[in-house]
Design a protein around this ligand. Structure first.
Ligand code: SAM
Length: 216
């Protein structure tokens, strides 16, 4: 996924009005950025941005913030949105470890994780975006009744993610081990770049929707 040596990617990103260059300075201030009080939904590890842009087009009354660690990847999303501007979308280039420095308590209505990197070695488990360490960060920024949606084709990562839920204080609202053959959960599904690639290879797609225990 990471595209190296793209000349000028930092400059193009630096000049884009769709990229928030001082994300820590926006904590609690997101309604001002969007010019309205609509709910804020975020995607962490958004890659080239297809999912967040398609979702934003389908829901103009929701504001979307996409977070991506690498400028060489974010560049692709920036190039797309510059061609087809969407007033309800902004991007941040950052490591999601700092997500609670960028959004205030309960400032976010929904979190999306799509095809997160698996980090297969046990010693890297804390880096997995659905890990209990990350769930604790999400717990701070997500509304009490907010939900988190996670899709992947990686069975090991999905099983790990399921095991992390209970000790971290979350519970399953919906789950499927074959999203594309699950009529109910497939309703309104928007494909990500990775989802298209892996489902076309015949891989089943796993998905859960989770909420806090005792809520939702
Ligand atoms: N979500 C996209 C999709 O489904 O097509 C991209 C999936 S790709 C496998 C994972 C993306 O997450 C990469 O672009 C990677 O750079 C980004 N990523 C991984 N760890 C991250 C982190 N800690 N913070 C922000 N982005 C991260």
């Amino acid at each position: 996924m990471r595209l190296r040596n793209i000349t000028g990617s930092r400059e193009i990103i630096g000049e884009s009005e769709f990229v928030i260059h001082d994300p820590e300075g926006q904590k609690g201030n997101w309604p001002e950025i969007f010019g309205n009080n609509n709910p804020i939904h975020i995607e962490i590890g958004m890659g080239k941005g297809r999912f967040i842009m398609e979702t934003a087009k389908a829901h103009p009354d929701i504001n979307y913030v996409g977070i991506e660690k690498y400028s060489s990847v974010l560049l692709r999303a920036v190039q797309k949105i510059e061609q087809e501007p969407l007033s309800n979308v902004r991007f941040i280039r950052m490591d999601a470890e700092a997500v609670a420095d960028v959004f205030d308590m309960e400032e976010v209505g929904r979190i999306y994780l799509n095809f997160s990197d698996p980090w297969p070695k046990d010693r890297h488990a804390k880096r997995r975006l659905p890990s209990k360490e990350f769930l604790a960060r999400y717990d701070r920024i997500l509304e009490k009744d907010g939900q988190l949606e996670f899709k992947t084709d990686n069975r090991e990562l999905f099983e790990f993610a399921l095991e992390e839920l209970e000790p971290a204080g979350w519970r399953i609202k919906n789950v499927t081990f074959d999203l594309h053959h699950d009529k109910e959960m497939m309703e309104g599904n928007i494909m990500t770049e990775y989802e298209e690639r892996f489902s076309s290879m015949g891989n089943p797609i796993f998905k859960y929707v989770i909420v806090r225990q005792g809520r939702g």
